[in-house]
Write a protein that binds this ligand. Structure first.
Ligand SMILES: Cc1ncc(COP(=O)(O)O)c(C=O)c1O
Length: 383
């Protein structure tokens, strides 16, 4: 019997429960088998070969599709694997639009890999629907890829307005939902066609897993992405699928706490004389605050702040005791990065400067430690 629960928190906790009819196991098992015995010629148990289908992966993919409100979920060996598979939809001569406030690895993939195949990308301020509209070059422009909140400056794009624009111009609309997860933001409900994730971040949530996700809305699109995944092979192994299922069970709780702690830290940072500016959509003075309130269920755990000098930023990173100076984000442990050098190092220096990704800008992924301990660490590092 299919079990239906109204609340997504309940559905997260219950992922895989009731699926193992053989033993009644509460934790859905890992199926490591690479291949499956056929009952007879032309017959299949539904599973033939693990790249094409795997029971553990299927439970995870169905759960992600459900959480994002899509029809097809696919999990990959990394977020870049998910993005690469997505971009294989395009052909030479196609033109794409992407947020200028974008993860540096996505920029590198577009500029140093897909550009060689004749797929060009323009980077636009996706916090302005008018700027996006002005950058469309019909009929070459085929898709819009948006990160909202942006990375690392946390700009907010109006997902509904951009979805309308994409529909009017027949563009595929893709939203990278890594920063907020479906617990706080559901782009497919607001009109997007595809959601992408680095599941290495909040979905995994414990800095011990590398994975990526695509969720599509619509049968044709879902089947096309599934075809590309099976043809190119960047699947997530069953052991990691199981770990990601386990992580998703606590996702709603974690996101609530990440958001509450980030707001507390953001308020404290605002009061420090060494801090010139705090970028966090939860602050009323953030330009995307009202929009964020309308289209999300929370502001998330990511914030950036600009210090008075690059030298101070370096000193802070060296002095941290509790917070780790490390790339990545979304884990239970608080991490701090220097985007200009780390995550956004592949973006040309002049472009970084223009966007405001300077060497005084630090990005904080606020974890689940007690906020007072995080503030104490920041205080000692700043002073
Ligand atoms: C917003 C965003 N999208 C995609 C990626 C790529 O994901 P992965 O590192 O899992 O390949 C990252 C990685 O940092 C990211 O921050």
């Amino acid at each position: 019997m299919k079990r239906v629960f109204n609340h997504r928190t309940t559905r997260s906790v219950q992922i895989g429960v009731g699926h193992d009819d053989h033993t009644g196991g509460i934790s859905f098992p890992i199926y490591p088998s690479a291949t499956y015995r056929h009952p007879g010629v032309g017959q299949s148990t539904g599973y033939d070969y693990t790249r094409s289908d795997n029971p553990t992966r299927e439970v995870l993919e169905d759960a992600l599709a459900d959480l994002e409100g899509g029809t097809h979920g696919l999990v990959f060996s990394s977020g870049m694997g998910a993005l690469t598979t997505l971009l294989l939809n395009f052909s030479s001569g196609d033109h794409l639009l992407a947020s200028e406030d974008l993860y540096g690895g996505t920029y590198r993939l577009l500029e140093q890999v897909f550009a060689k195949f004749g797929i060009s990308t323009s980077y636009v301020d996706t916090t302005s629907a008018a700027a996006v509209a002005a950058a469309i070059v019909p009929p070459q422009t085929k898709a819009l890829l948006v990160e909202t909140p942006g990375n690392p400056l946390l700009g907010i794009a109006d997902i509904r307005a951009l979805a309308d624009l994409c529909k009017a111009h027949r563009l595929l609309f893709v939203v990278d939902n890594t920063f907020l997860t479906p617990v706080l933001q559901r782009p497919l409900d607001l009109g997007a066609d595809i959601v992408v994730h680095s599941a290495t971040k909040y979905l995994g949530g414990h800095s011990d897993l590398c994975a990526g996700v695509l969720v599509a809305k619509g049968d044709e699109l879902g089947k096309q992405l599934s075809f590309l995944q099976n043809s190119t092979g960047a699947i997530l192994p069953p052991q990691d699928c199981w770990l990601l299922i386990r992580s998703l069970k606590t996702l709603p709780l974690r996101m609530e706490r990440h958001s509450a702690s980030a707001l507390e830290v953001a308020h404290w940072l605002q009061q420090q004389p060494q801090v010139e500016k705090v970028y966090y959509p939860g602050l009323p003075e953030h330009p995307g605050h009202d929009l964020s309130r309308q289209q999300t269920a929370g502001f998330g755990g990511m914030l950036s702040f600009r210090l008075t000098s690059p030298q101070l930023a370096e000193r802070v990173l060296e002095r941290l005791q509790l917070i780790s100076f490390a790339e990545s984000l979304g884990g239970v442990e608080t991490l701090m990065t220097l985007p200009a050098v780390q995550t956004h190092g592949d973006i040309p220096a002049a472009e970084r400067q223009r966007l405001g990704i300077c060497n005084s800008l630090l990005r904080l992924s606020v974890g689940l430690e007690e906020p007072a301990d995080l503030i104490a660490d920041l205080h000692q590092a700043l002073n």
